[in-house]
Design a protein around this ligand. Structure first.
Ligand SMILES: Nc1nc2c(c(=O)[nH]1)N[C@H]1C(S)=C(S)[C@@H](COP(=O)(O)OP(=O)(O)OC[C@H]3O[C@@H](n4cnc5c(=O)[nH]c(N)nc54)[C@H](O)[C@@H]3O)O[C@H]1N2
Ligand SMILES: Nc1nc2c(c(=O)[nH]1)N[C@H]1C(S)=C(S)[C@@H](COP(=O)(O)OP(=O)(O)OC[C@H]3O[C@@H](n4cnc5c(=O)[nH]c(N)nc54)[C@H](O)[C@@H]3O)O[C@H]1N2
Ligand code: SF4
Ligand SMILES: [Mo]
Length: 701
């Protein structure tokens, strides 16, 4: 008799909100999960995944997973629950939604979701219910908006050179992304270039993070000043004859105008703004000016400033000045989201959409729930919500407003979750959700070029149900289950998406595991022209005219203060400039062992991260009387938060860093770091400037 447990390997994709979308090999041992590994034969994943997902068994078999529907039995937020059957819980949700709609019209219901899972069926099915019921629209702005806007203004299409080409570069510039932490696969390819071709790795960030520790050149700049750095780099390129004029004349809109504009944007000018030395700026310019195979890997982090779109556009413009786009291993890359299109029309119920229904801004949930008239767009208050795959009470800016909103007696909230998150704690009904290895879905990469299948590999525990199930069951109770897109299984939806793309179907894809959809070289490098009608790269963006994929629906108008957006790349002080009362600038950079608010529940991640800390320059610490490990309070006009000081000299004076979005309960007073961040919409199309916050710092009393 064989007493060894039977291990077999299943194939999947990482569902988390990470540009890498790794292809996974999953150990399955008698219906339970063992270690997860990166698929070796996937050319982007190349056998490497992050440690937190390798340990997924700790998350999926976690003793604190939600297993039963819960209905609130105490005051809001008091965490007193009674268990309910699925039938009873769903009946209650439907009844509340109908009552809310009867009172205020359908727009009073706001389905709210994000990318806790990136699966197209489980994530986006909530849109189908929304459209069928004419509930308020969701303008999903929090993550990509500032970055995509800046990119689109220049390049006009969201794609770029094959990320695997990084391995063929002579210089890889990792700009505003902590890749070691947030998308480890970038490092696989960048380090290969260094090993095989002696490529230089440059990292530009606001502190000496894990990625910069691996760099050949590290530029620590002040938050929100990347536009100034980019301008000075381009100034040097023009001044020292390193601009590729043949390329500029053929592929760009106004190179002479740019050159003239940059006359005054000297390294001295930028040094004063960025905190870098003139020498650092010139060395960097000469490096990218002489190594034509430079690959600019532009991340999200540096765009999370109120001038972030301007800074993204400015950094992207450097590639057009050097003409590095022409070479294998050269060019700029931010996201392939514009290439990897699957037809989600049916999943999302797009034909059911009524364009007259209002949209509400994801990032402004605080103002929305507290009834700010500008946030409600003239419509009724939000009095009912269904929340899937996101934890706004923790991750959304201006947390005090968000909490106040959720505590409203006239708001009914249903949260579908895997764990009792900060948001679930404030709900009226909590429904337990499956995890990715327990349901079928399909995933698109952002930082690579693959579409990857994630079929159901194990049975969920008794209790949790899929997002798809919740949407279908609510549709039945709300009288829309007969409409197109409803009444199908996950697999049927995946079949249709794959068939419409000519990629086979669920079963054939299960064998194939993934498809590599990298566009041809000429297209990826924009050698057939950029995405604008005239095919030119735009140094002079049309800030409010561009039809970007992330542009808010017309009914919302332009969201942020666009009047100050510059004609050419520049530095604009649209940020929360430090002042006498708030002498420090705070960035809330990612934690290695968490993924946004996820993994804050797994024991190893928690242990490795320790406790909420504030990185502060030793001289700054001394100036406010702080020693290493002291309790430190930071605050501004929105509130105050307590952390522990960690003295660190890898950042500029006047800059402080709080890594990770810790659960609110991990901080004293039960309020998290987003108490400090602002929910005003940045120019022009909104987003969340979560790294752009002025604060005061003092020893906690
Ligand atoms: N481990 C881990 N992985 C993650 C996440 C996580 O929380 N933890 N989050 C996931 C998600 S949702 C996303 S969108 C991606 C985001 O991944 P990234 O593209 O890496 O973006 P961020 O995590 O916002 O920040 C990256 C870096 O930008 C820096 N930064 C902040 N302000 C500035 C600035 O003004 N200029 C410059 N040059 N740098 C600045 C921060 O210090 C940080 O080191 O990562 C995903 N992967
Ligand atoms: N201060 C600060 N705030 C930030 C950021 C920052 O850098 N600093 N980053 C911002 C960014 S870029 C983003 S994207 C947001 C992300 O913030 P969130 O949208 O909250 O992201 P996650 O923590 O990835 O996922 C949220 C939840 O989805 C749940 N979930 C996962 N899979 C499923 C599923 O299949 N079904 C259901 N029902 N639930 C599921 C998880 O349990 C988790 O609680 O945070 C933003 N907020
Ligand atoms: S690196 Fe990103 S995509 Fe890959 S396993 Fe980790 S979280 Fe998932
Ligand atoms: Mo994100």
């Amino acid at each position: 008799m064989n007493t060894h447990p039977r291990i077999h390997i299943g194939h999947s994709a990482c569902p988390h909100d990470c540009p890498s979308t790794c292809a996974l090999d999953v150990e399955i041992i008698d219906g339970r999960i063992g270690r997860l590994h990166g698929a070796k034969d996937n050319t982007y994943t190349a056998g490497v995944i992050c440690a937190k997902v390798a340990r997924y068994a700790d998350r999926i078999h976690h003793p604190e997973r939600l297993l039963k529907p819960l209905v609130r039995a105490g005051a809001k937020g008091e965490a007193i629950w009674k268990e309910a059957s699925w039938e009873a819980a769903l009946d209650l949700v439907a009844e509340k939604f109908i009552a809310a709609e009867d009172k205020y019209s359908s727009e009073t219901v706001w389905p709210y979701f994000y990318a806790g899972t990136m699966g197209l069926v489980q994530r986006d099915g909530i849109e189908r219910l929304r459209h069928a019921k004419k509930y308020s629209g969701f303008f999903g702005s929090i993550c990509t908006n500032l970055a995509w806007t800046g990119w689109m203004m220049g390049a006009g299409a969201l794609r770029g050179p094959d990320p695997r080409e990084m391995a063929k570069s002579d210089c890889v510039v990792i700009w505003g992304t902590n890749a070691v932490v947030t998308q480890v696969n970038v490092m696989t390819h960048a380090v290969k270039a260094r090993k095989e071709r002696r490529a230089k790795i440059v990292v530009i960030d606001v502190y000496k993070n894990a990625t910069m520790k691996q760099a050949d050149m590290g530029l620590v700049i002040k938050p929100g000043t990347d536009g100034a750095l980019a301008c000075a780099v381009m100034h040097v390129l023009f001044r020292e004859g390193m601009a590729d004029w043949a390329y500029l004349e053929r592929y760009t809109d106004d190179p002479k105008g740019l050159e003239a504009h940059l006359q005054t944007k000297t390294p001295e000018w930028a040094a004063a703004i960025t905190g870098l030395s003139v020498e650092e700026i010139e060395d960097f310019a000469r490096l990218v000016g002489t190594r034509k195979k430079t690959y600019f890997r532009l991340g999200y982090g540096f765009s999370r400033q109120r001038n972030g779109s301007v800074n993204m556009h400015a950094a992207l413009s450097i590639a057009a000045v050097t003409g590095c786009w022409q070479y294998e291993g050269g060019g700029a890359f931010h996201s392939n989201s514009g290439v990897l299109k699957l037809d989600t029309g049916l999943v999302e119920g797009k034909t059911l959409r009524d364009p007259s229904v209002r949209y509400l801004d994801h990032s402004r949930i605080g103002p929305v729930l507290t009834g700010a008239p500008d946030a409600l767009y003239g419509g009724p208050p939000v009095t009912a919500m269904l929340i899937q795959n996101t934890n706004p009470a923790n991750v959304a800016p201006e947390q005090r407003l968000v909490r106040k909103g959720f505590l409203r007696e006239d708001l009914f909230t249903c949260v579908h979750e895997q764990f009792m998150t900060d948001t679930a704690k404030l709900a009226d009904v909590v429904l337990p959700a499956t995890m990715f290895l327990e349901h079928d879905d399909i995933y698109k990469g952002g930082g690579n070029q693959h579409i990857t299948l994630g079929p159901k590999l194990i049975e969920p525990p008794e209790g949790p149900r899929t997002n798809h199930y919740v949407i279908e069951e609510l549709a039945k109770r709300l009288g829309v289950a007969h409409l197109p897109g409803f009444g199908m299984t996950e697999r049927e939806h995946i079949d249709i998406m794959l068939q419409r793309k000519g990629l086979g179907n669920f079963d054939s894809f299960k064998e194939q595991r993934w498809a590599d959809l990298q566009p041809p070289f000429e297209e990826a490098h924009f050698l057939n022209g950029f995405g604008h009608p005239d095919g030119k790269f735009r140094f002079r963006p049309d800030w409010t005219g561009q039809a970007a994929p992330n542009r808010p629906p017309k009914s919302m108008g332009i969201l942020g203060p666009y009047e100050r957006l510059p004609e050419f790349p520049d530095h604009v002080d649209l940020i929360e400039v430090a002042d006498e009362e708030h002498p420090f600038r705070l960035a809330t950079s990612p934690a290695r062992n968490f993924l946004n608010s996820s993994f804050t529940e797994t024991p190893v991640s928690k242990e490795k991260e320790g406790r909420p800390q504030l990185l502060i320059h030793p001289e700054d610490a001394a100036s406010v009387g702080l020693a290493d490990g002291d309790r430190v309070e930071i605050g501004n006009m929105r509130g105050e938060v307590v952390l522990h000081a960690k003295l660190f000299d890898g950042l500029r004076r006047g800059v402080v860093i709080a890594e990770g979005i810790w659960p609110n309960s991990a901080h004293e007073r039960g309020e998290g770091i987003n108490v400090l961040t602002g929910s005003d919409a940045p120019a022009p199309y909104g987003g969340a400037a979560v790294h752009d916050t002025k604060v005061w710092v003092r020893a906690a009393s």
